[in-house]
Design a protein around this ligand. Structure first.
Ligand code: TRP
Length: 379
């Protein structure tokens, strides 16, 4: 059985079961159609069930249709390089920003991994913060609609609201929601309060309640379950959320429910060069192909377990192309090496231009970081 918590994802993840255990709602056909209609466009992450679950999205869209616009909130705890799996929620957040002209509040809790991980100093976190901001900017978020909130730098803005949250959350709630023990450090126990704040900080400063939509990996749900329980008591809306699956690691869905940055053989980083990408995919991507070419031609491959094919379901937008790859691989017409090459070309095309935008982002960072709370008047 798989483990899914904000600190650890292990094993083969059963997403239908997570919906039941976490008490979220599946994104059904009616909701998918509604998003499509309001966005004026479809997204392959919705068609393919990459975003598969939500909380209160119907309510958020009701408000939107009444003219009550929402803002987006997501985040990244800096602790290492960004890999392809991290990009999934951000790519979709960028699409939502474009389609709904929504503001985005992006939190970088640079204290989080310091509190939860052995051996990571605040200085390390600060180094990764600078690096990670480049990746977020490189995705093309609109600088006029996007605000970076950094926990240790914007502590004066966050703390007065975080204590209001913290006062309403007991230690036993935190223990139950996160499986924490009496050995947990004080910072870790308090941390959820810091992640809750951006969901209502704009409302505090705008002087009116602004609906919030949080796109995030399903593992973050416990934080927002706690947040949603507390916010009505502070006179705020509960945030809505839309949840995505994990990108499996290179070694396959069965062992690697989620790509991990601590294992360089299972992850592809946004800074990997084309040769590294090629080597990793060729060498480590779990194959659904047969042992020999003859056998493969005869029996065909299994796209359901083949990591190259599975990754293409995330990164190849064209349905017809994807179907052709699926059918040709299954019939044995397409070999494992050929399928891997299709993925390699796709990834390298994306990463080459991402890396250019990432370099150009160095001079843009200042435009994204929040200067003072007056920005929230625009929410
Ligand atoms: N806890 C997240 C992480 O480990 C960072 C984060 C902060 C976040 N606020 C968020 C993620 C809101 C999604 C949505 O990276």
């Amino acid at each position: 059985m798989a483990t899914v918590t904000p600190w650890e994802v292990k094993g083969s993840v059963d997403y239908d079961r997570l919906i039941k255990e976490f008490g979220t709602k599946p994104i059904d056909e009616a909701l998918h159609e509604r998003i499509k209609r309001l966005a004026g466009k479809d997204h392959h992450f919705l068609r393919r069930g990459v975003f598969f679950s939500h909380r209160d999205l119907d309510w958020l869209l009701d408000e939107y249709e009444k003219g009550n616009k929402f803002f987006l909130y997501t985040g990244r705890a800096p602790s290492g390089p960004v890999h392809l799996g991290h990009l999934l929620p951000w790519l979709f957040t960028k699409w939502l920003q474009d389609r709904f002209k929504a503001r985005l509040l992006f939190q970088f809790p640079d204290e989080e991994k310091f509190l939860f991980k052995e051996g990571l100093t605040l200085a390390d976190a600060n180094h990764w913060l600078e690096e990670n901001m480049l990746d977020v900017i490189a995705l093309g978020f609109d600088p006029d609609l996007t605000d970076f909130l950094i926990d240790t730098r914007h502590a004066g803005m966050l703390y007065p609201e975080a204590v209001k949250v913290a006062k309403k959350v007991t230690f036993s709630t935190v223990k139950a929601a996160f499986g924490m023990t009496n050995q947990a450090n004080l910072g870790a126990i308090f941390y959820t309060a810091m992640q809750a704040v951006p969901a209502f900080l704009p409302s505090v400063h705008a002087g009116r309640k602004v609906p919030c939509l949080i796109p995030h990996g399903i593992d973050q749900d416990p934080h927002f379950r706690v947040t949603r329980d507390v916010l009505p008591g502070l006179g705020q809306y509960k945030p809505a959320a839309i949840h995505c699956r994990f990108l499996p690691g290179l070694s396959g869905m069965a062992t690697d429910g989620k790509m991990s940055a601590s294992d360089a053989t299972t992850a592809i980083f946004t800074t990997d060069d084309p040769k590294t990408v090629r080597r990793k995919v060729m060498k480590y991507a779990f194959s659904g192909g047969q042992a020999t070419i003859e056998e493969h031609r005869e029996k065909g491959g299994d796209p359901a377990v083949d990591v190259a094919y599975q990754w293409l379901t995330f990164f190849e937008e064209d349905d017809a192309k994807l179907r052709r790859l699926h059918d040709d691989y299954k019939s044995g017409k397409l070999l494992t090496g050929e399928l891997k090459q299709v993925l390699i070309d796709k990834l390298n095309a994306f990463l080459t231009s991402h890396q250019e935008r990432r370099e150009a982002a160095r001079k843009l960072i200042g435009r994204f970081i929040i200067k003072d709370s007056s920005v929230f008047k625009r929410y």
